[in-house]
Design a protein around this ligand. Structure first.
Ligand SMILES: [Zn+2]
Length: 141
């Protein structure tokens, strides 16, 4: 199963397919050097209060707080990076710049590698067990 990855917000070639970590994941479809901007994630701009309400009781939701009062709900976004899974030893990072959610490679990425980020405190994924399998895994996210 493949999702379209023709989003104009996607800069590096990726594939969305089944992940061993959880559901679908984003996989590098070209090798990129450390520091490369992989793409952006866009979505519906909502208040943090609304984001917290939406996160209640949902298993899979992609919410990123972009400020103390605003958040982006990317659950229905066309951008492939919305499928990015969490890892406790990630190979990419999320940066929020002027309200845009950007993804950068933390190290060189090879073709076929799953792209992962540490969701951190600004992300609400509900209470899911972490299955990243990395040494030092926190066990939940
Ligand atoms: Zn983990």
């Amino acid at each position: 199963m493949a999702f379209p990855t023709s989003s104009s917000h996607q800069l590096s070639a990726v594939r969305v397919r089944r992940s061993r970590i959880d559901g679908f994941g984003v996989f590098a479809d070209e090798s990129v050097p450390q520091g490369t901007k992989l793409g952006e994630l866009t979505g519906e701009a909502i208040s943090v209060a609304e984001a917290r309400r939406r996160a209640e009781g949902r298993q899979r939701i992609m919410l990123v707080e972009i400020s103390a009062s605003r958040a982006i709900d990317a659950t229905r976004s066309d951008d492939p990076m919305r499928f990015t899974n969490h890892s406790c030893a990630p190979n990419a990072r999320i940066a929020v710049e002027a309200g845009a959610i950007e993804f950068f490679a933390l190290r060189d990425l090879q073709v076929g590698e799953e792209i992962t980020v540490a969701y951190g405190a600004t992300h609400h994924e509900g209470r899911l067990a972490c299955r990243c399998g990395k040494p030092g895994c926190a066990g939940w996210l």
